[in-house]
Write a protein that binds this ligand. Structure first.
Ligand code: SF4
Length: 298
């Protein structure tokens, strides 16, 4: 959950998730729609799918207990070097290095690394330095202390070098110039047109097979030339900036296999990506308002 997402945002989702899936077996046995529904609002749904796949493997191959060996952890879906080492060091106190954003910044400055830390050469240097500093015992405390050092003292802006406990080993001259990162590509603009089809108090939705695989979205708009635009919003997705346009469409003569009608009460229990959920809530609230205004006030 914490990949690409801040702790404060994650906490309520994390607690809710653990109430819903308290162990690997409950997650492994859950249908995908329930897993995606539990993840709803966090975005990057590939993480939820991989966690689901991971739970199934842990349940079937490891008796429902997370393996403690790095190789076994790395073999699980969605677990790369960082996650495997983080679990190994914090859960099992293994003496393995850890590099996340805070530690990468500390290492880049301590050892004056001038290579971009998000390119292979720079990244490997940082991991090597982190491994060199690792104590034989107490790696969990050591890694935790390095993270805190980066978060509280060796901050991205205005690092507090005057009170830094490793000041005398630090090689950097101008800390704020490090770490170096590859130049960012500007986001690609994309416009997507979807249809709002509300008929006999039910909304037509489509199960996505693309970006939001398994989640329910407003169907793609068929023809927009004569349709009325009722909603427009912008949201980021990886390196894209997507403009979501929603048009009122009449009910289709033939409904696709992937489409289904939902009552408004059902919407709360199905997984919907946040941009579509927000748009649907706004449009339904607007409909209700319009309906109310047609009744004479008492
Ligand atoms: S001395 Fe300054 S730049 Fe070096 S590690 Fe400490 S806070 Fe960071």
């Amino acid at each position: 959950m914490l990949q690409q997402t801040q702790v404060a945002t994650v906490l309520p989702y994390y607690n809710k998730w653990l109430r819903r899936f308290p162990d690997f077996s409950s997650l492994a046995l859950a249908p995908e729609s329930r897993v995606l529904h539990g993840w709803q609002g966090l975005g990057y749904y590939a993480r939820a799918r991989k966690l689901h796949a991971l739970a199934k493997i842990v349940f079937r191959k490891h008796g429902g207990v997370l393996p403690d060996k790095i190789d076994n952890l790395r073999a699980l879906p969605g677990v790369g070097r960082y996650t495997a080492n983080a679990v190994a060091t914090f859960a099992f106190d293994r003496s393995v290095p850890l590099v996340e954003a805070n530690i990468a910044r500390v290492m880049a400055r301590l050892f004056d690394v001038r290579d971009p830390i998000d390119a292979t050469r720079g990244r490997e240097k940082i991991w090597r330095y982190a491994a060199d500093l690792l104590p034989a015992r107490g790696a969990a405390s050591h890694n935790s202390a390095l993270m805190d050092l980066g978060a509280l003292v060796c901050t991205a802006r205005a690092p507090k070098c005057g009170i830094c406990p490793v000041n005398k080993f630090c090689r950097v001259q101008n800390p704020e110039a490090l770490p170096i990162k590859k130049p960012q590509q500007p986001p690609k603009e994309l416009t997507e047109a979807h249809a709002f089809t509300f008929h006999r108090n039910r909304l037509l939705l489509e199960q996505s097979s693309g970006r939001w695989r398994g989640l329910w979205i407003l169907p793609r708009a068929r023809s927009i030339s004569s349709s009325r635009l009722v909603h427009m919003s912008i949201f980021p997705f990886t390196n894209h900036r997507i403009t979501l346009k929603i048009f009122v469409n009449p009910p289709p003569r033939l409904r696709k296999k992937t489409q289904r009608w939902f009552s408004t009460a059902q919407l709360a229990s199905i997984p919907l990506p946040s941009p579509h959920r927000r748009a649907i809530e706004q449009l339904l609230a607007r409909r209700l308002q319009k309906l109310c205004s047609t009744f004479p006030s008492a």
